[in-house]
Design a protein around this ligand. Structure first.
Ligand SMILES: Nc1ncnc2c1ncn2[C@@H]1O[C@H](COP(=O)(O)OP(=O)(O)O)[C@@H](O)[C@H]1O
Length: 280
């Protein structure tokens, strides 16, 4: 098994990234984007290295999680790494909580340290490839990532902003199992040539109902600030990947039942298990 480890130290940041060869699962990763996808390494020799972009609450976690199960690669969400750090009550957690609860971004150094640690743990457990969710969120993060590895594909999830706000306010997490749910019921009729959109709530099972909590940064004021910061700091990352021919734009047509098959189609993937459970 070939392993690659590179260390990069841009302005004092240490970022280590590990890539190992694939462990047997085969799938197609041919995708039509604006330009052909350029790979430094043959993708057949390793697992996928994909990135999810999109506004807070658009559904990056949901679709990245589903693709991670389908393709057998780790789903790494920097927001989850941050929340783990916060709940560990370590020396940094008080300082980080203040930043996160105001909807601001953490420094590139902190986030890269958390991500680097997570990739090393993955490597120690024999994992390769990844689907990143919530990283990169600044041009500098994108440049650092590009300096250490090849990203094959960047999926940019898009949804109207009024729906995003409602979805963020409806988000709930089970404090026991960590499951993500959404109480928002979205049913916007088509008007003025704009298509309507329907998204059923994603309700918790009875065992989680009494344990639901709302993220401290999912209040209306903080979500609006996070959206503002997304447009200012993270939207330029879309252009970074667009200009490199790696960006796949995906407009979510509705909830999971409509969007998941269309996303698979756009990615030229087949979810065998999903089809079987739908047919059952
Ligand atoms: N790549 C990153 N750079 C800087 N801060 C980050 C990054 N990823 C996560 N964070 C911090 O963690 C918070 C929660 O992230 P996340 O769960 O991804 O939120 P969202 O729902 O906005 O996508 C962010 O608001 C930010 O404070």
């Amino acid at each position: 098994m070939a392993a690659l480890r590179r260390l990069l130290k841009p302005q004092g940041v240490t970022f280590s990234y590990i890539c190992t060869t694939h462990q047997g699962r085969s799938f197609s990763s041919t995708v039509i984007t604006d330009k052909p996808i350029h790979l430094r390494q043959d993708p057949k020799n390793r697992n996928v290295q994909w990135v999810f972009l999109g506004c807070p609450g658009v559904g990056k976690g949901t679709y990245a999680g589903r693709l991670s199960n389908l393709l057998g690669v780790p789903h790494i969400a920097t927001g989850d790494l941050v929340r783990e750090e916060l709940s560990s009550c370590g020396p940094l957690s008080q300082q980080l909580a203040e930043i996160v609860n105001q909807g601001k971004l953490l420094s590139d150094e902190i986030i890269i340290r958390l991500l680097s640690k997570r990739l090393e743990t993955g490597e120690a457990n024999g994992k390769s490839g990844f689907i990143l969710d919530g990283f990169p969120r600044t041009i500098r993060q994108a440049e650092i990532l590009e300096g250490v590895t090849d990203i094959d594909l960047v999926i940019n999830l898009k949804l109207r902003e009024d729906v995003i706000l409602e979805k963020c306010l409806g988000r709930r997490i089970c404090s026991q199992c960590g499951g993500n749910f959404n109480l928002a019921s979205i049913d916007i009729k088509a008007e003025n040539g704009k298509p309507g959109i329907y998204m059923a709530p994603l309700l918790p099972p009875p065992s989680c109902e009494s344990k639901l909590i709302t993220r401290a940064d999912d209040t209306e004021e903080v979500v609006k600030e996070r959206l503002r910061i997304y447009h200012e700091m993270s939207q330029p990352v879309e252009e970074f990947y667009r200009s490199r021919g790696k960006l796949l734009e995906f407009d979510l047509p509705g909830g999971i039942p409509e969007s998941w098959p269309k996303l698979l189609q756009a990615l030229n993937l087949d979810d065998h298990d999903d089809k079987q459970s739908a047919a059952a």
